[in-house]
Design a protein around this ligand. Sequence first.
Ligand code: NAP
Ligand code: GDD
Length: 340
Amino acid sequence: MKKKIAIIFGVTGQDGFYLSKLLLKKNYIVHGIKRRSSSVPTKRIEKFLNQKNFIVHYGDITDTSSIQNLISSINPDEIYNLAAQSHVGVSFFTPLFTANVNAIGVLAILEAIKNHKKRIKFYQAGTSEMFGKTKDKFQSEKTNFNPQSPYGTAKVFAHQITQNYRDAYNIFAANGILFNHESPMRGDNFVTKKIVSSLTKIKYGKQKKLVLGNLYAKRDWGHASDYVEAIYKILQQKTPDDYVIATGKDYTIKEFVNKTAKILNLNINWKGKGLKEIGIDNKGKTIIIVDKKYFRPLEVDYLKGNASKAKKILKWKMKNNLNDLIKEMIKHELNELKIN
Ligand code: NAP
Ligand code: GDD
């Protein structure tokens, strides 16, 4: 049987790693698109680079000509767009760049798909940040969008233009609405990775303090390897549609800190309030402090998803719970620190 060909925009990121692994296992030919960088951008996907079914090309989704050239020369069956300026906090500092990549870049891919000779299936990496400030206790495909950041706002455009091209041009274009998902491959400046990495180093005397922002936002955290299974399934359906992917459980940042500390056998006593809140260890040493520089001009206070549609139609199932995820992330940190 002829091998399927996929393009992954955003192949060098966390989800790019897990999706490449999954598609290679399914015998796809995977074309990953990397950006030019002054350092090595392919660290996460290093182990795939010598495989004959894994080919990496330079490209950038803000460069319309590079997208058109790649799509016409590769002639893929499926395109997964994971490329984004994916940090919500940073999007307040780089709003125009974020909008160019996260919104206009998506439109550029859709235009290239519209003009291509073959029918290509398209996945757009949407986000629970699109719900923003919501009154719904659980957010589903029916919940209204009310984004609270340049990141979330740009992603709403991407979501809606994907639906628009699906309806107007009969393109197989589908949106995932994924809640937070983490892994050992998570970028260093996302809160889970920062907490796990810092507390592990503190436990082994290699760091003094963990500095955090808002401890009381709630997030619904899953494992990236489970979420890319859903991404794949979304493109294997007969008809394109949009799906929420979530665990249905939410925790505060402080609860995530406490869970990680417990697994590490670190005791934390909390004292104080607001910017003066601190976490103290058994010996009375302050190991966690709050700094306003990590607060955002607007916050999304809580996110908790209802993934019933994905469970019913995609038959999507999660394999990892939050404790499994934290344990795996800690194990990875210990390996990095060469501690067994
Ligand atoms: P990530 O680790 O930050 O990866 C983002 C990827 O996009 C990287 O490969 C990055 O390349 C690439 N990229 C950025 N700008 C680009 C451009 N102009 N042209 C081409 N590539 C570009 O993010 P992730 O966690 O894997 O998330 C994947 C996607 O899912 C993103 O779109 C994100 O917004 C969305 N999402 C993520 C979550 C989550 O919790 N992880 C939840 C919902 C939705 P470099 O390596 O060169 O920076
Ligand atoms: N990054 C970070 N760093 N966040 C902190 C910190 C800190 O030091 N302290 C507290 N937080 C809070 C943030 O204010 C936010 O409420 C929460 O921790 C989670 O922050 P992030 O881990 O940066 O993730 P996010 O929820 O803003 O965005 C992630 O999930 C989205 C899906 O809901 C990203 O992966 C997005 O790309 C994704 O769309």
